[in-house]
Design a binder for this molecule. Sequence first.
Ligand SMILES: [Zn+2]
Length: 111
Amino acid sequence: MTPQELERFRALLIQWREDLISTSEVRDESSGTVHLDQQSVGRLSRMDAMQSQELAKAGKARAERQLLMIKAALARIDRDEFGDCIECGEAINPKRLEIDPTTLHCIHCAQ
Ligand SMILES: [Zn+2]
């Protein structure tokens, strides 16, 4: 992979990381405790509130996982290991990296 390609992937990853951080999914308030007023909130809307809290939690966990993967990919760019399969060491198809720059495996090892 050329230095230009590496820099392009670095820019992509940094942009992606910024997008993730700016979404409410990684902010704490979206997964905070649901405060419910037993008097005014019926059973159904209470269920809705709990369900949306679960969704927010799942979204936050997913975003945090992605942030870790992005951090790892950026570290691999710095170590000049980016684009190599961690399993067999072969170059990962650039099209695969295009779809997901945090990919760690070549197509063969991913299966
Ligand atoms: Zn491989």
